[in-house]
Design a protein. Structure first.
Length: 292
């Protein structure tokens, strides 16, 4: 009989497992992205665990229960697009520029309506950026040079960032976090984010090499997620060269077997001729020996 698991029961068990995994570590951080697969599983309820997120995540739905730090690594011309304009090019959150600048949202000059939202009193959350923009409350410069210098002698090789996520991991390493939870990240192959996985895995591997515990939630594909072991558990992908090699080897074995078959066939024919030419007494003796 199939047993159905209640969604709330699964959620509670998963959260207990996450908290148990984190328990031995003194300075944990959860890096929260926007992938719907696991972003709600971050340990928001564990006060000693910092929550770091990125870009417009606080304004996309209501799943982000709290956060301590926001990473906005893009150029200002990117994150301020649509500022004080009727054209809202940021599809995640049209009023994002005003929110960053702690200003009232854009209002049509000809409109008599009062602004529906105001960000003048927004919390002074830490916002990690390329520069500590003076107009943005809580802005601080990302310590890129310090991070890369700490990677000597592999500074050049570690200069590999294809998304915000590896910047967040590198910052956690610099601050000597001992547990890094990855929630809301997939970077699945075949998606626009697939090309970002390489640098993410590099920095996660670098963190693991320093003894930092890396946690990924159930089903997360960021670091494999239960994929079969190449060579040990699955056959490698067969390409044209593999097929040609196998065909060549099979052809050689076939020709060798055919040659041996023809030799044995010839010997059989010789023996049959001798048998047919023998007298009845000799044939009788041969039949008796073959039966034995």
């Amino acid at each position: 009989m199939n047993q159905t698991i209640d969604r709330n029961e699964w959620f509670d068990k998963t959260m207990d497992a996450i908290e148990a995994d984190m328990e031995p570590y003194s300075d944990p951080v959860a890096l929260v992205g926007m992938a719907e697969t696991s972003r709600i599983l971050a340990p928001y309820h564990v006060s000693r665990c910092e929550i770091w997120t990125l870009n417009e995540a606080p304004h996309v739905g209501n799943w982000l229960q709290r956060y301590d730090r926001l990473f906005q690594i893009h150029h200002d011309w990117d994150f301020l697009r649509g500022y004080h304009s009727e054209f809202r090019s940021n599809h995640n959150f049209g009023e994002y520029p005003e929110w960053l600048l702690s200003e009232p949202p854009y209002q049509d000059p000809e409109s008599d309506k009062e602004p529906t939202r105001s960000y003048i009193d927004r919390p002074a959350v830490r916002i990690v950026m390329q520069e500590a923009f003076a107009k943005i409350v809580g802005a601080e410069k990302y310590p890129l040079d310090e991070i890369l210098n700490s990677c000597a002698p592999n500074n050049d090789q570690m200069k590999y960032f294809t998304s915000t996520f590896p910047y967040m991991v590198a910052q956690a390493i610099r601050e000597e976090k001992d547990w890094i939870g990855c929630f809301g990240w997939e970077m699945s192959a075949g998606t626009e984010y697939g090309a970002q996985r390489g640098s993410a895995c590099l920095w996660l591997g670098y963190a693991m090499g320093k003894g930092i515990r890396i946690y990924t939630p159930p089903g997360c594909k960021l670091l494999g997620g239960g994929l079969m072991l190449y060579g040990f558990e699955n056959e490698p992908r067969v390409g044209r060269s593999h097929i040609e090699i196998q065909h060549s080897q099979a052809s050689k074995q076939y020709k060798k077997a055919e040659k041996e078959f023809n030799r044995l066939q010839g010997e059989r024919n010789v023996l049959l001729q001798r048998y047919e030419g023998a007298n009845p007494g000799t044939q009788k003796k041969i039949k008796k020996k073959t039966k034995n």
